[in-house]
Design a protein around this ligand. Sequence first.
Ligand SMILES: [Zn+2]
Ligand SMILES: [Zn+2]
Ligand SMILES: [Zn+2]
Length: 293
Amino acid sequence: MEIDSDTENDREHEAIEKSIQSMSINVSSSDSLHEALFLVLAYLPVYELVVMSEVCMALREAVSKDVLPWLNIIVQNPLSSRLSDDILIKITSKSNGRLTTLALIKCVNITDDALQRVIQNNPFIHKLYIPGCTGLTPEGITIALEILSQQNHSLNTLHINGIYNITKHHFKTLQSHLKPALHDQKKPFLYHQYRNSPVNKEGDRNIDVEICPRCDEVRLVYDCSRATCYKQMRKVWFKADCKGCLICIARPYCNQHSNLQSSHPGDQGSSTSGFVCQICHAKFITNVDNDDE
Ligand SMILES: [Zn+2]
Ligand SMILES: [Zn+2]
Ligand SMILES: [Zn+2]
Protein backbone atom coordinates (compact mmCIF):
# COMPACT_ATOMS: atom_id res chain seq x y z
CA MET A 1 0.00 0.00 0.00
CA GLU A 2 2.71 2.41 1.10
CA ILE A 3 4.89 1.64 -1.91
CA ASP A 4 1.88 2.23 -4.13
CA SER A 5 1.11 5.62 -2.63
CA ASP A 6 4.80 6.58 -2.87
CA THR A 7 4.95 5.79 -6.57
CA GLU A 8 1.69 7.67 -7.01
CA ASN A 9 3.22 10.69 -5.31
CA ASP A 10 6.27 10.44 -7.53
CA ARG A 11 4.07 10.36 -10.58
CA GLU A 12 2.20 13.40 -9.36
CA HIS A 13 5.42 15.28 -8.76
CA GLU A 14 6.60 14.36 -12.21
CA ALA A 15 3.38 15.61 -13.75
CA ILE A 16 3.59 18.89 -11.86
CA GLU A 17 7.20 19.38 -12.88
CA LYS A 18 6.32 18.70 -16.50
CA SER A 19 3.49 21.19 -16.43
CA ILE A 20 5.77 23.81 -14.88
CA GLN A 21 8.33 23.15 -17.62
CA SER A 22 5.69 23.44 -20.32
CA MET A 23 4.45 26.66 -18.73
CA SER A 24 7.88 28.22 -18.86
CA ILE A 25 8.20 27.12 -22.48
CA ASN A 26 4.87 28.76 -23.20
CA VAL A 27 5.91 32.04 -21.68
CA SER A 28 9.20 32.17 -23.53
CA SER A 29 7.64 31.27 -26.88
CA SER A 30 5.34 34.20 -27.40
CA ASP A 31 3.12 32.51 -30.02
CA SER A 32 1.53 30.26 -27.44
CA LEU A 33 0.38 32.97 -25.00
CA HIS A 34 -3.23 32.55 -24.01
CA GLU A 35 -5.30 35.02 -25.97
CA ALA A 36 -7.15 36.12 -22.84
CA LEU A 37 -3.95 37.88 -21.80
CA PHE A 38 -4.31 40.23 -24.75
CA LEU A 39 -7.90 41.02 -23.82
CA VAL A 40 -6.83 41.87 -20.28
CA LEU A 41 -4.58 44.64 -21.62
CA ALA A 42 -7.56 46.85 -22.40
CA TYR A 43 -8.44 46.99 -18.70
CA LEU A 44 -5.04 47.83 -17.27
CA PRO A 45 -3.86 51.21 -16.01
CA VAL A 46 -0.85 52.62 -17.86
CA TYR A 47 1.72 51.49 -15.28
CA GLU A 48 0.57 47.87 -15.39
CA LEU A 49 0.42 48.09 -19.19
CA VAL A 50 4.06 49.10 -19.33
CA VAL A 51 4.99 46.29 -16.93
CA MET A 52 3.10 43.77 -19.08
CA SER A 53 4.93 44.97 -22.17
CA GLU A 54 8.17 43.77 -20.59
CA VAL A 55 6.98 40.19 -20.15
CA CYS A 56 7.59 39.01 -23.70
CA MET A 57 7.81 40.16 -27.31
CA ALA A 58 4.17 39.35 -28.12
CA LEU A 59 2.86 41.47 -25.26
CA ARG A 60 5.33 44.22 -26.05
CA GLU A 61 4.02 44.33 -29.62
CA ALA A 62 0.41 44.26 -28.47
CA VAL A 63 0.96 47.15 -26.07
CA SER A 64 2.90 49.27 -28.53
CA LYS A 65 0.91 48.60 -31.70
CA ASP A 66 -2.67 47.71 -30.76
CA VAL A 67 -5.22 50.47 -30.28
CA LEU A 68 -7.37 48.52 -27.80
CA PRO A 69 -5.15 48.92 -24.69
CA TRP A 70 -5.17 52.70 -25.19
CA LEU A 71 -8.89 53.43 -25.50
CA ASN A 72 -9.23 53.72 -21.72
CA ILE A 73 -6.22 55.44 -20.22
CA ILE A 74 -5.80 55.40 -16.46
CA VAL A 75 -2.77 57.05 -14.90
CA GLN A 76 -2.46 56.69 -11.15
CA ASN A 77 0.32 56.18 -8.65
CA PRO A 78 3.21 55.53 -9.03
CA LEU A 79 3.09 57.31 -12.41
CA SER A 80 0.89 60.29 -11.49
CA SER A 81 3.58 62.74 -10.44
CA ARG A 82 5.80 61.73 -13.36
CA LEU A 83 3.22 62.31 -16.07
CA SER A 84 4.11 65.36 -18.16
CA ASP A 85 2.11 67.10 -20.87
CA ASP A 86 4.34 65.59 -23.56
CA ILE A 87 3.92 62.04 -22.28
CA LEU A 88 0.17 62.54 -21.98
CA ILE A 89 -0.04 63.72 -25.61
CA LYS A 90 2.08 60.76 -26.65
CA ILE A 91 0.11 58.03 -24.88
CA THR A 92 -3.29 59.45 -25.82
CA SER A 93 -2.24 59.58 -29.49
CA LYS A 94 -1.97 55.78 -29.40
CA SER A 95 -5.75 55.53 -29.48
CA ASN A 96 -5.87 57.15 -32.94
CA GLY A 97 -8.54 59.60 -31.85
CA ARG A 98 -10.76 56.92 -30.29
CA LEU A 99 -10.00 57.51 -26.63
CA THR A 100 -13.15 57.00 -24.56
CA THR A 101 -11.98 57.26 -20.94
CA LEU A 102 -9.21 59.43 -19.55
CA ALA A 103 -8.48 59.06 -15.84
CA LEU A 104 -5.62 61.14 -14.51
CA ILE A 105 -5.52 60.65 -10.76
CA LYS A 106 -3.53 63.40 -9.01
CA CYS A 107 -1.40 64.10 -12.08
CA VAL A 108 -0.22 67.48 -10.83
CA ASN A 109 1.97 68.39 -13.81
CA ILE A 110 -0.76 68.30 -16.44
CA THR A 111 -1.77 71.72 -17.76
CA ASP A 112 -4.97 73.08 -19.32
CA ASP A 113 -3.24 73.29 -22.69
CA ALA A 114 -2.43 69.57 -22.78
CA LEU A 115 -5.92 68.58 -21.61
CA GLN A 116 -7.51 70.73 -24.30
CA ARG A 117 -5.26 69.21 -26.97
CA VAL A 118 -6.19 65.71 -25.88
CA ILE A 119 -9.90 66.57 -25.98
CA GLN A 120 -9.51 68.26 -29.36
CA ASN A 121 -7.91 65.12 -30.80
CA ASN A 122 -10.31 62.67 -29.12
CA PRO A 123 -13.91 63.80 -29.64
CA PHE A 124 -15.35 60.43 -28.54
CA ILE A 125 -14.13 60.75 -24.98
CA HIS A 126 -17.07 60.39 -22.62
CA LYS A 127 -15.50 59.92 -19.21
CA LEU A 128 -12.98 62.35 -17.79
CA TYR A 129 -11.55 61.81 -14.31
CA ILE A 130 -9.06 64.48 -13.25
CA PRO A 131 -9.29 64.56 -9.44
CA GLY A 132 -6.38 66.25 -7.73
CA CYS A 133 -4.82 67.45 -11.01
CA THR A 134 -3.94 70.75 -9.40
CA GLY A 135 -2.17 72.11 -12.50
CA LEU A 136 -5.59 72.38 -14.17
CA THR A 137 -7.95 75.32 -13.67
CA PRO A 138 -11.77 75.44 -13.75
CA GLU A 139 -11.53 77.84 -16.72
CA GLY A 140 -9.22 75.47 -18.60
CA ILE A 141 -11.52 72.50 -17.99
CA THR A 142 -14.51 74.56 -19.13
CA ILE A 143 -12.73 75.36 -22.40
CA ALA A 144 -11.95 71.65 -22.86
CA LEU A 145 -15.64 70.82 -22.47
CA GLU A 146 -16.58 73.62 -24.84
CA ILE A 147 -14.22 72.16 -27.45
CA LEU A 148 -16.08 68.88 -27.09
CA SER A 149 -19.47 70.61 -27.40
CA GLN A 150 -18.34 72.33 -30.59
CA GLN A 151 -17.77 68.86 -32.04
CA ASN A 152 -21.28 67.85 -30.96
CA HIS A 153 -20.02 65.55 -28.24
CA SER A 154 -20.22 65.70 -24.48
CA LEU A 155 -19.08 63.83 -21.41
CA ASN A 156 -21.17 61.36 -19.43
CA THR A 157 -18.93 61.64 -16.40
CA LEU A 158 -16.61 64.30 -15.02
CA HIS A 159 -14.61 64.06 -11.78
CA ILE A 160 -12.90 67.29 -10.71
CA ASN A 161 -12.61 67.02 -6.95
CA GLY A 162 -9.40 68.66 -5.76
CA ILE A 163 -9.15 71.22 -8.58
CA TYR A 164 -8.65 74.61 -6.91
CA ASN A 165 -11.05 77.56 -6.93
CA ILE A 166 -14.15 76.00 -8.46
CA THR A 167 -16.95 78.50 -8.01
CA LYS A 168 -20.68 77.89 -8.23
CA HIS A 169 -20.61 79.57 -11.63
CA HIS A 170 -17.90 77.17 -12.87
CA PHE A 171 -19.84 74.24 -11.47
CA LYS A 172 -23.04 75.19 -13.26
CA THR A 173 -21.23 75.88 -16.55
CA LEU A 174 -19.39 72.55 -16.38
CA GLN A 175 -22.60 70.73 -15.53
CA SER A 176 -24.39 72.32 -18.49
CA HIS A 177 -21.85 70.69 -20.81
CA LEU A 178 -22.47 67.18 -19.46
CA LYS A 179 -25.01 64.65 -20.62
CA PRO A 180 -27.79 64.36 -18.07
CA ALA A 181 -27.28 61.41 -15.71
CA LEU A 182 -29.09 58.38 -17.11
CA HIS A 183 -29.76 56.66 -13.84
CA ASP A 184 -31.24 57.33 -10.48
CA GLN A 185 -29.67 60.52 -9.09
CA LYS A 186 -31.24 59.64 -5.77
CA LYS A 187 -28.70 56.89 -5.29
CA PRO A 188 -26.82 58.01 -2.17
CA PHE A 189 -23.26 59.24 -2.56
CA LEU A 190 -21.52 57.63 0.38
CA TYR A 191 -18.15 58.40 1.91
CA HIS A 192 -16.90 54.84 2.29
CA GLN A 193 -17.98 53.84 -1.22
CA TYR A 194 -16.26 56.82 -2.80
CA ARG A 195 -13.09 56.27 -0.78
CA ASN A 196 -12.93 52.66 -1.92
CA SER A 197 -13.46 53.34 -5.62
CA PRO A 198 -13.14 56.99 -6.68
CA VAL A 199 -13.43 56.06 -10.37
CA ASN A 200 -17.15 55.42 -10.35
CA LYS A 201 -19.30 52.91 -12.15
CA GLU A 202 -22.16 53.23 -14.60
CA GLY A 203 -25.28 54.59 -12.99
CA ASP A 204 -23.63 57.05 -10.65
CA ARG A 205 -23.89 60.83 -10.87
CA ASN A 206 -22.38 62.61 -13.87
CA ILE A 207 -20.23 65.01 -11.82
CA ASP A 208 -18.57 64.20 -8.52
CA VAL A 209 -18.77 67.59 -6.79
CA GLU A 210 -21.86 69.62 -5.97
CA ILE A 211 -22.83 72.68 -3.97
CA CYS A 212 -22.80 71.86 -0.27
CA PRO A 213 -26.22 72.72 1.23
CA ARG A 214 -24.49 73.87 4.43
CA CYS A 215 -21.50 75.98 3.40
CA ASP A 216 -22.49 76.76 -0.21
CA GLU A 217 -19.05 75.74 -1.51
CA VAL A 218 -18.43 73.37 -4.44
CA ARG A 219 -17.08 70.19 -2.88
CA LEU A 220 -17.66 66.46 -2.57
CA VAL A 221 -20.97 66.33 -0.73
CA TYR A 222 -21.75 63.03 0.93
CA ASP A 223 -25.11 61.67 1.84
CA CYS A 224 -25.79 60.17 5.24
CA SER A 225 -24.93 56.50 5.39
CA ARG A 226 -27.42 55.68 8.11
CA ALA A 227 -30.10 53.29 6.95
CA THR A 228 -32.97 55.13 8.62
CA CYS A 229 -31.75 58.43 7.17
CA TYR A 230 -31.67 56.87 3.74
CA LYS A 231 -35.35 55.99 4.05
CA GLN A 232 -36.12 59.57 5.05
CA MET A 233 -34.01 60.99 2.27
CA ARG A 234 -35.74 59.04 -0.44
CA LYS A 235 -38.76 61.24 0.21
CA VAL A 236 -37.08 64.64 0.37
CA TRP A 237 -33.62 63.91 -0.89
CA PHE A 238 -32.43 67.44 -1.53
CA LYS A 239 -33.57 68.73 1.82
CA ALA A 240 -31.69 66.06 3.71
CA ASP A 241 -30.15 67.75 6.73
CA CYS A 242 -27.28 65.38 7.29
CA LYS A 243 -25.96 65.79 3.75
CA GLY A 244 -22.80 67.85 3.57
CA CYS A 245 -19.13 68.17 2.64
CA LEU A 246 -16.36 66.83 4.88
CA ILE A 247 -15.71 70.31 6.31
CA CYS A 248 -19.34 70.61 7.43
CA ILE A 249 -19.93 67.02 8.55
CA ALA A 250 -17.03 64.82 9.62
CA ARG A 251 -17.09 61.32 8.21
CA PRO A 252 -16.99 58.43 8.59
CA TYR A 253 -19.65 58.42 11.26
CA CYS A 254 -18.99 57.13 14.72
CA ASN A 255 -19.07 53.50 15.78
CA GLN A 256 -22.66 53.89 16.83
CA HIS A 257 -23.72 54.68 13.31
CA SER A 258 -21.69 51.91 11.74
CA ASN A 259 -23.40 49.51 14.12
CA LEU A 260 -26.76 50.79 13.00
CA GLN A 261 -25.80 50.12 9.43
CA SER A 262 -24.56 46.60 10.05
CA SER A 263 -26.56 43.40 10.08
CA HIS A 264 -27.30 43.97 13.80
CA PRO A 265 -29.67 46.90 13.67
CA GLY A 266 -30.64 46.48 17.31
CA ASP A 267 -27.08 46.90 18.51
CA GLN A 268 -27.39 50.48 19.70
CA GLY A 269 -25.88 50.13 23.13
CA SER A 270 -22.23 50.41 22.20
CA SER A 271 -20.31 53.40 23.48
CA THR A 272 -19.60 56.18 21.01
CA SER A 273 -16.02 57.24 20.67
CA GLY A 274 -16.27 59.41 17.59
CA PHE A 275 -18.52 61.74 15.70
CA VAL A 276 -22.32 61.72 15.97
CA CYS A 277 -24.21 63.53 13.22
CA GLN A 278 -26.12 66.22 15.12
CA ILE A 279 -29.17 65.95 12.96
CA CYS A 280 -29.28 62.17 13.20
CA HIS A 281 -28.81 62.48 16.91
CA ALA A 282 -31.73 64.88 17.26
CA LYS A 283 -33.95 63.01 14.87
CA PHE A 284 -33.28 59.42 15.71
CA ILE A 285 -31.52 59.12 19.03
CA THR A 286 -33.02 61.86 21.22
CA ASN A 287 -36.40 61.69 19.58
CA VAL A 288 -36.87 57.92 19.62
CA ASP A 289 -40.54 58.18 18.72
CA ASN A 290 -39.68 59.61 15.32
CA ASP A 291 -41.42 57.79 12.51
CA ASP A 292 -38.62 56.36 10.42
CA GLU A 293 -40.86 54.89 7.74
ZN1 LIG B 1 -20.02 72.17 3.37
ZN1 LIG C 1 -23.02 58.48 14.91
ZN1 LIG D 1 -28.26 61.22 8.96
